[in-house]
Design a protein around this ligand. Structure first.
Ligand SMILES: NC(=O)c1ccc[n+]([C@@H]2O[C@H](COP(=O)([O-])OP(=O)(O)OC[C@H]3O[C@@H](n4cnc5c(N)ncnc54)[C@H](O)[C@@H]3O)[C@@H](O)[C@H]2O)c1
Length: 354
């Protein structure tokens, strides 16, 4: 098993991760008045029973279940969950466990950090995206009025336990969505990891790379926990344009699929602004096209969604653009006209060579 100490709680990954959590519970369970488990209905069925079977020291717990998908990251659901915690007798000494993909860990982290001014929280990510990205780094949040993660917090968890066998039941489309964040991490790391990522042929190979891909995020978070400088902003690669597309397309669009499109468009912009070399930019776009042969269709008003992005400063749209694999991203203001061109180029490009 591999573990890291992070500013947002210890992170464990490996087949022993649940035994590690069980040992922690054996030591700490008595200090909690109750334990609530937040999950969605898919994960409830696919993962909860077999993961609970590994946690002998958990004792009694209550389950809060939400509908799967991004629509649950909302003010309405958050309010229902605050009240559901209360109805289940949760007090300030209740422990909340978020068991699920990025939607559950984002929402659960925010729920825990706000209920009665904050209760303890543990994350058990079950999707590839949740394991490699969403549950790491302390960012929690919900979407408001069509804007991604408009309200949220940086929150510390008592632990983040990544148990790869949970991935056995992950549907194919969510492996691919998670792969977008993995590609981003591999690009940021460069070197062998980027070469390996470009050569990946199936998801079993991805599972083997999990700790290495997580380490990339842990490294960026450790150096810049609260995104004060450029280091953590690098993790936003593909996200500014991806979030705009995701918000404009609505709940049918998976976060990871939108990030993949964002990586494609931001590499296009980077090349056209002379930041990335044509060959580096093309290699990144090829890595996206290989797994996303069909493009998403950006609606005409997609660029409106860039206005609420948290990375903007003084009304300027700031993008984290790729430079070359393994090198820092370029944080640059980009004119709206160039962004519109990138959306058009993405929508029109052909991936027929794959
Ligand atoms: N906080 C952060 O730093 C951060 C970073 C990246 C993404 N995110 C957020 O993460 C969210 C996307 O996460 P996601 O892609 O995991 O989506 P998700 O939570 O909706 O999970 C994807 C789907 O897979 C199902 N699922 C998850 N694990 C499963 C398993 N083991 N077996 C069967 N089904 C399983 C879920 O029920 C859901 O239907 C977005 O809201 C995004 O904004 C947050």
């Amino acid at each position: 098993m591999q573990c890291w100490d992070s500013p947002f709680g210890p992170v464990y990954v490996g087949e022993d991760a649940l035994s590690e959590l069980d040992a922690w519970l054996a030591q700490h369970r008595a200090s909690y008045t109750s334990v609530g488990i937040l999950t969605d209905s898919h994960v409830h069925e696919a993962c909860l029973p077999r993961m609970l079977a590994e946690l002998e020291s958990l004792g009694t717990s209550f389950v809060l279940e939400i509908d799967p998908g991004e629509e649950s990251k909302s003010v309405d659901i958050l309010q229902q969950l605050w009240l559901a915690l209360l109805e289940n007798g949760a007090d300030r000494k209740t422990l909340l466990i978020s068991l699920g993909g990025g939607v559950v860990t984002d929402l659960g982290g925010f729920l825990a950090s706000t209920y009665m001014r904050g209760i303890d929280h543990i994350a058990l990510p079950t999707s590839l995206l949740g394991m490699v990205d969403a549950s790491l780094g302390g960012k929690t949040g919900i979407d408001v009025g069509g804007y991604k993660n408009l309200a949220g917090s940086f929150a510390v968890s008592q632990g983040i336990y990544v148990w790869p066998p949970a991935l056995d039941s992950l549907p194919e489309e969510h492996w691919r969505a998670g792969w977008a964040e993995c590609l981003k991490h591999a690009y940021l790391a460069g070197g062998d990891l980027w070469a390996e990522a470009c050569a990946i042929k199936d998801w079993l190979q991805v599972a083997a790379l999990l700790p290495t891909l997580m380490a990339v995020k842990m490294h960026h978070v450790a150096e810049d926990p609260f995104e004060q400088g450029a280091k953590r902003k690098a993790l936003n690669l593909g996200h500014t344009m991806g979030h705009a597309l995701e918000a404009a397309l609505g709940p049918s669009c998976l976060h990871g699929d939108a990030v993949a499109a964002g990586l494609w468009m931001e590499s296009f912009l980077s090349e056209s602004m002379g930041i990335s070399s044509p060959s580096d930019a093309q290699k990144l776009r090829n890595a996206v096209d290989q797994w996303w042969p069909e493009t998403l269709a950006p609606p005409p008003d997609v660029t409106k969604r860039l206005v609420g992005d948290k990375k903007n400063q003084s009304g300027q749209i700031i993008l984290a653009l790729p430079t070359s694999p393994g090198n820092p991203v370029a944080l640059v203001p980009v004119p709206l006209s160039a962004i519109k061109n990138a959306f058009e180029a993405y929508a029109a490009h052909s991936t027929s060579s794959f």
